[in-house]
Each structure stands twice: as C-alpha cells, then as structure tokens.
Design a protein around this ligand. Sequence first.
Ligand code: FES
Ligand code: FES
Length: 171
Amino acid sequence: MPKQEVSLSINGEQRMVVIRFADTLLEVLRGKLGLTGAKPGCNNGDCGACTVLIDTCPYKACIMLAVETVGHEITTVEGLHSTPIQQAFADCYAFQCGYCTPGFIMNAHALLQQHRVIDEYTIREWLESNICRCTSYEEIGEAVRTAARLRDARTAPSLDTSVDTQQRRDL
Ligand code: FES
Ligand code: FES
C-alpha cells in the first residue's frame, strides 16, 4: 500500500510522519508519534476512549483517517496542561482504572470551551459518546460541573479598587 510523508499539526507542533492512506489517526498518534493518551477501546467509534480534538471539536481518532487531519490542529490529552477539567477529574475522583479518562477529558474540555452555561441536559447529552466501564457517571458529571466553576473563577474579572482608593484620597 502506498505511503506518503505528511506534516501534522499536533499540540502546537508540526510533526512529519510517514503514513499509509488507510492509517487511522489513532494508529498514527500511538504507533508512530508516541502519543498514547488516546486509547484504543472498541476501535469502532462506540466508546470514546480515543477522543481527540480536531480544531476545537471532539472526534474519535479510531474512525478518522490520519490523512484527513492534514491542515487541521490536532489536540490530544498530552496537549492539555493544568486545565480546569483535568483538575476537576482529580478533585472529584472521577475515574478508577483511568482507561476512559483521556477521552472523557478531551470531550468535556471541548464542552467547556464551547458552552459558557452548562446545564445537566447538556452534560448528559454531550458525554453520551463516551463509555466508562468502572466508575460512576455521577462523579464524571460532578467533575464537569466543578470544572465549569473553576473555569468561571479563572476568567472572572478581578476587582481593581485602586482607582476608587485614589479617588477617595482626592476627595
Ligand atoms: S476506540 Fe475509538 S470510539 Fe472506541
Ligand atoms: S475509569 Fe475505568 S473505564 Fe472509566
């Protein structure tokens, strides 16, 4: 089968890699680029363990061809650093074996980026594409709610009282 060298933009870096046109993104990430955060679960698009972001949207890397992602920005769990959802998964004990966790984190991270206000219905509907075999979905839902609060706290404008103080001095 013919192979070709392509440049993929992954976690903010350009990576040159030789692929076959039939290679899935998951095979390339794990087997050729050493990015093993995205996990093979079903390899059939059903479990969500392999979820990564393409631009800002979550996709299942096991059913996407690597060649389709040329020209797009791929983000894997290795590309996230100290995000609210990572902190919240730890704080809420939202995992046991952890196999599904990178996929949940990537999907929930996209949810938090795309929705300022997140209600219960949205959380349930958004996370329907991911399956966990061993922990409770309650903790995962709580992690998303906690992450939304953390995100809002980080982005809230700080109250700068210096002007008021100066104005009061001038009075
Ligand atoms: S491994 Fe991709 S959806 Fe299950
Ligand atoms: S924590 Fe084990 S499959 Fe989800």
